[in-house]
Design a protein around this ligand. Sequence first.
Ligand SMILES: N[C@@H](CCC[C@H](N)C(=O)O)C(=O)O
Length: 276
Amino acid sequence: MTVPFQKYHGTGNDFLIIHADEHVPDRGALAERECDRTDGVGADGVLFLALEDKFDPPRVVMTLFQPDGATAPMCGNGARCAAEWAMARTGTDSVMIDTQAGTLRAERDGDEVVIEMTDLTFDPDEVPVDADAPVLNEEIEGLEVSMVNTGVPHAVSFVDDVDDVDLEEVAPPVRYADAFPNGTNVCVASPDGNGGFRQRTYERGVEGETDSCGTGAVAIAVAARRLGLTDADPVDVHPPGGHLRISFNERGRPTLAGPVEHEFDGEVAVKSPVEP
Ligand SMILES: N[C@@H](CCC[C@H](N)C(=O)O)C(=O)O
């Protein structure tokens, strides 16, 4: 048996989208299989989306399964892809997205999709990180990091030049450090010379570097502002896959803006948990 999917990416962070009504008995196994870039379709995750179009604006319930087969409560680029998918289906320019980290407002703005982020926090209990006070520029496993939760946890390290960092070498010890009960994503950022930052992110669940990470870009912007490294608004963040923009709206919340592309459609096999 197969189910249809649509493939989207947001600044290179790519996802298979499967309608939540499709019968997929083991979503984690499907994500492990199909995210594989050699033997599967290849992606950074699978978004299962339930669309409730009787609301105005329509609502989307988003569940992200990562390449390791586990779920993550939030994904900035995934939410932007989910919004574009839902807006295309409903002929609207705005939707609400329900994630495990809260409900997000999303809208189309020209060629870009913008989401308003959920509450973010430096509170160590909420990140979570084993510390008595917010972790700002503290050394953990050889990297000077600031810890913030932007829907998922991020360790942000400001460096002179992100290209000089061997991310596959320095990130895993931080990602698995004992201080983080849920693990963490690891971002490095260096100034772009205009109040913005270049970004590279090693993602939990992908267990490798991705071309872009939306929650990571927001983590870099808010950590930079907290540390007094920029007062720009918007803060431009440049991951390898493109350009994201973080602004601060009248509610004091960060918004994340950038392009979304619909790449292609296809079908993937589903297997029951007992099949080999
Ligand atoms: N790529 C995402 C983040 C996805 C979740 C992350 N890997 C985690 O496990 O916390 C983004 O665009 O925010």
